[in-house]
Write a protein that binds this ligand. Sequence first.
Ligand SMILES: Nc1ncnc2c1ncn2[C@@H]1O[C@H](COP(=O)(O)OP(=O)(O)O)[C@@H](O)[C@H]1O
Ligand SMILES: [Mg+2]
Length: 298
Amino acid sequence: MQIKCENIKYIYNPKDPNSYYALDDISLEIEKGDFVAIVGKTGSGKSTLIQTFNGLILPTSGYSQVEYFYITSDKKLFKSKIKNLSKQEQIDNKKQYMLRKKVGMVFQFPEYQLFAETVLKDVMFGPRNFKVPEEEAKELSKKALSEVGISEEYYEKSPFELSGGEKRRVAIAGILASNPDILILDEPTAGLDPDGKKDLIKLIKEIHESGKTVILVTHDMDVVMECASKVVVLNDAKLMKICTPEELFNGDDFETFALEIPTFYKFKKMLIEKGYKKDISSINDFDSLMGVLGEKHE
Ligand SMILES: Nc1ncnc2c1ncn2[C@@H]1O[C@H](COP(=O)(O)OP(=O)(O)O)[C@@H](O)[C@H]1O
Ligand SMILES: [Mg+2]
C-alpha cells in the first residue's frame, strides 16, 4: 500500500459551535500504480480528503499515511507512528516539502494559479521551489511541457494568452516538472469543452501509464468508467464504498449516492427495462454489448 487513511476525522473551524465533520471516520488504502476516482456530491468531502494526502490538511484525529510519511494533528499518534522508522525517515517526516514533492496536487481551476510572465517560467516555479538549480529546472520544465503537449513556441508566451485547455496543461506541467510519484487532480475537466476534456483525459491516462499513481476527483462517471481501477465514494463526510467502477455502477445502492449514471449503464438499464431477453447483467462495456446485440435471435 502506498497511501492509507486510518479513521480520519476532520473539522473546519472546530471552535465554531456550528462546526461539523468534513471527514468522518474514513479508512482506506490505495496501492502504488492505482488509478483512483474519488466521487460524491458537492460538499461530500472529496477536496478535504485529498488535501490530507499532501499534508495541506492535517486530520483532526486518525492519520493519513503516504509511504513512510504520517499526516495528523494528533501529536501523540504522530510520535507513536514515526517511532519505528529509521532516523532519516523520522527527519524526512518533519520536512513538509518532501511530502509535497512526492504528492503533486493539481487544484480545481489551476489556471488561476498561473502568474509568471512566461509559460516556461511558470512551470519552472515548481522545481525551483524545491531547490532544483536553474538549468536543471529548465530542462525538467521543458520535458514536462512536452509531456503535456505544449510545444516550444509557447515557452515565452504569457500564460494569459493561452486557451482554457492550454492553461490547464501548463498548470499540470508545473506539477509534473517536480516528478511526483503520486498525481492528484481535483476536477481537472470542470469547465472545459468536450474536445478539451477528451484531450485532458487522454493526457491523464498517459501520465498514469508512465507509472504514477493517479487520484482523480471527478463528477464525470463516463471518465470513472473509462479510467479508474478503483472508486472511492463519499457522501456527507463518510466513506460509502470502495470498489471497482463495474461494482459501483451495477450495485443496487448506486442510486443512493446521487451520482450521474454513465451513458453505457443508462443504455444497458433501458434494454433490461424494455424486456431484452438475454442476460446482459454482467456486461460492462459497449463492445461486448454490441457483440451480444449482434448475435442472431433464436
Ligand atoms: N475552508 C473551509 N472552511 C469551512 N468549511 C469548509 C471549508 N472547505 C470546505 N468546507 C466544508 O467542508 C465540507 C466538505 O467540503 P469539500 O471537501 O470541499 O467537499 P467536495 O470537494 O466534495 O465538494 C463542505 O460542507 C464544505 O462546505
Ligand atoms: Mg471539491
